[in-house]
Each structure stands twice: as structure tokens, then as C-alpha cells.
Design a protein around this ligand. Sequence first.
Ligand code: NAD
Length: 469
Amino acid sequence: MSDYTLTIEGKACAADKTFGVINPATEEVFAQAPDASKADLDAAVAAANAAFPAWRDTPLEDRKAALNAMADRVDAEVDSMAEVLVHEQGKSLANAQFEVRGTAMWLRASAATDLPTEVLSDSETQRVELRRRPLGVVGAITPWNFPLLLSIWKVGPALVTGNTMVLKPSPYTPLTVLRFGEIVREVLPPGVLNVVSGGDDLGKWMTDHSDIHKISFTGSGPTGKKIMASAAGSLKRITLELGGNDPAIVRGDANPSEIAGPIFNMAFQNSGQVCGAIKRLYVHDDIYEDMCEALVEKAKEKTVGNGMTAGTDFGPVQNKMQYDIVCDLAKSAKEDGGRFLIGGEPTEGTGYFFPLTLVADLTDGNRLVDEEPFGPILPIIRFTDDDDVVARANDTTFGLGGSVWSADTERATQMAERLDTGSAWVNQHFDVSPFLPFGGVKESGMGVENGPWGLAEFTSSQVLNIKKG
Ligand code: NAD
């Protein structure tokens, strides 16, 4: 029996089976989530298909009003949803509240973003317009690091452009998204937003489903590749937001004590479980030791613990699979002669806790530098030459984001322009907003989310060409 229900055709649905959801701070199963069957998915897709024509034809202003009403519902539930989020994800209560509030903010931002018809030509003889039409039923498949917010990056744009949706959260963190489905049921016409939870098989059934017209996916690269192959069967449109191994390059003219704070935050936010976190820090030889020291000071100020405990800054790694990856990469760094400035050994006791860890004296070729740890561990790599470091930063299959830090903004900008990444930041990292496009190149994904560019991903273009006279 689960306290949480699927949302199908605007109604609560219990699945025949349930699965346990683990609190990563205690390793205990603290709740059961409905395990949707293929028949449940078929019902959700059928409901979304049936709801599509009327939702597509609903005036844009009414669709926008629905998004704003959803945001109001979320705002009214910040405290209760944030507690569930801490229990299933592990993050601190303050960060969970930030994510829930961000969800409401992002819904309102989607409602405020327009994708107007473009007039391509207008003469005495012809008028040509580029129009945007919704695709139909969108399947959204999301990860466990920001379960609610990354789902809403898809829900807002898909619904405001006139699509209907079947949303599937990660099996590690299904509860906050299921709760979201429950609280917005009365705001939307039945079938416009369906929420189903289950295992990875459920995702596969979605990508195979002939009545789903687009898959918007955020998650790992290997799953992204499977989704692309599966979507080919019915030529579904896809947007893939995948993993990253973001480099940050700190030039020798930067001031370590000034930039240690933002660099630390962008490496360790959400315990490093952020797609666009700093995952490789290249520091010029001239300021290498000073930068290491300044970062260690930042790490010492922070507390790792249960997200519900007052004073906790960082929670555990979200699940055992990811925890094992982080432990393994730390081991490999040790074997390759990495100098552990702080942290490094898994915390003894219950929970998937790993300390904030900074590793110096590693270089490219070590697994901790080359692979995405997605956890609270950062390698700091020495460099001496600008061109060489840009080449090393680009020598990867990843291409999500990257940054250059320097007192010389012009020089840093020239270097940032040469990063093979979807986003390149100067003297900042991972500055994302609902109004700026975000996405990866190379194996970090295809397509973008957010802003009018993100809305366009949920539409097909139609050229309307009218002869005059
Ligand atoms: P994951 O790929 O294991 O799972 C993501 C989702 O895909 C889950 O809902 C899962 O059930 C589903 N899934 C698994 N197998 C599937 C299949 N064969 N077909 C369809 N769906 C399937 O990823 P994760 O471990 O949950 O998330 C961590 C990864 O996500 C990291 O690599 C991280 O960098 C990446 N990520 C990227 C972004 C971005 O915007 N680029 C944002 C957050 C996380």
C-alpha cells in the first residue's frame, strides 16, 4: 500500500504493485511508491492523447493561467514537499525548500515566455509565417538529483506550448513528483498531465510507445543513447540533457581568496550531484597551492549530515550505486598518487555519506579527472599554458559547460569561447535561468531547455505561405 498515487486522467490511481523508496541518510525504506504496469502506462498515454486536441486549442492565455495556478499550489506546499524531498533525495532542508520554491518560479517563468509566430516575408504578393505547433503527447523522464525542478523544466514548456504529458520520475526519488501530480490535479483538465512511477522498464516502455510523440530526457549518457535508439522506432523527437565533466580554468592572475567561495559552491552544491557542477578544476601553477588552501578552508566551514538536521549544509550521496562510484574514483585517485587535501575516506556508519573531498596533484588520464564522479569530490589539476589547458579541457567526450576565471575578463572570454561546451561562463559557473538556453554538445546531449529555445523543442515548425492578390 502506498500513500502516493499515480495521476492518470486527472484521477488518483493505485498500481497493483509498489516499490520501496530509501532514505539515503538512514538506508531505510521509508515509503512505498506505486509501480506502474504497462497497462497503467497505456492508460496514461491514452488519457494524454484524448486530452490533446482540446488542450492544444485552449487559448494560450488560459494555458498560461493554468501554469500560474500550478505554481500557486506548489507555493502553498513548500514545507510539506520539501520534507518529502529531503527524505527521498538527502539534500538539506534549506536546499529542498529552495528546489520547491524554484519549481514554482520556473512554472511562472514558462508562463511568461513567448514563442511568437515569425513573419518571414510580407509583400504585396505573399505573406510567409513560421508557426509553432505542439507535438502531441510528450514523455518526460527525469533523474534523482533535482527530482522536482528538473521535471518542471519539462512540464512548464511542454504544457504552455499546447502538448499533453506523461511524466516519469526516477525510481530513486519518485515521491515529490507524485505529490506534485496530486496537488495540481484540479488545476488542469483531466489527462493533460499524467504522472507515473516505476522502474527503468517503465522508461523503456515510454520510449517504445507509438502514441508518445516526443521524449524529453534528463539523465545519464548511457541511458540517453538507449533512448535515442529506442525513439528511432517511431522517429520520436528527442531532447537529451545528459551528464557533464565540466572544467573550470583558473588563470594565474585570479585571486584565490576571492574566487574560492563561488568555485567551492559550484563544485559541491547538492553534494556535487549537479550535471553542470565544476568537476575538473585546472589551476595555474603560480597560484596552485594558494587556491588549494583557500578551497580547503571553505570545505572546513561546511557540515555533511542528515538533511533534516539543523546546521547540515550537504547531505549524503543519493543512492548506493552512485556512492560506490564515488568511493571507487577516490580509490583510483589514491592509487595514482593523488594528494588528499581533505576528505577521501567513506564515512563509517549508516547512510551513503562521503566527506567533502579535494584531491591535488592529479592529472588528465586519472579516472577521477576523466570520468563524471557526480559526488562530493573534486580533482585540482595544475597547468602552466593557456592553449594547453584549453586543449586538455576539451579532450573529453563530454561538452556540457565550462568556465574560465581571471582578472583579465577579455583574455578569459577568448579562452571560454574556445571551450567545446553548450555553456561557457566567465568568472562564474552554472549560471542557469528559465530565460537562458541550457544544453550540452558532444555526448552531453542534444537540444536545449529553457527560454523560447526550450519551448521550441516541444513544437514542430510549420511554414504558412499565403499568396496574395
Ligand atoms: P539515469 O540515466 O540512470 O536515469 C534517468 C532516468 O532514466 C530515470 O528516470 C530512469 O528510470 C530512466 N531510465 C533508465 N533506463 C532507461 C531506459 N532504458 N529507457 C528509458 N528510461 C530509462 O540517470 P540518473 O542516474 O538518474 O541521473 C544522473 C545523471 O544525469 C548524471 O550523469 C547527470 O550528469 C545527469 N544529469 C544531467 C542533467 C542535464 O541537464 N544535462 C541534469 C541532471 C542530471
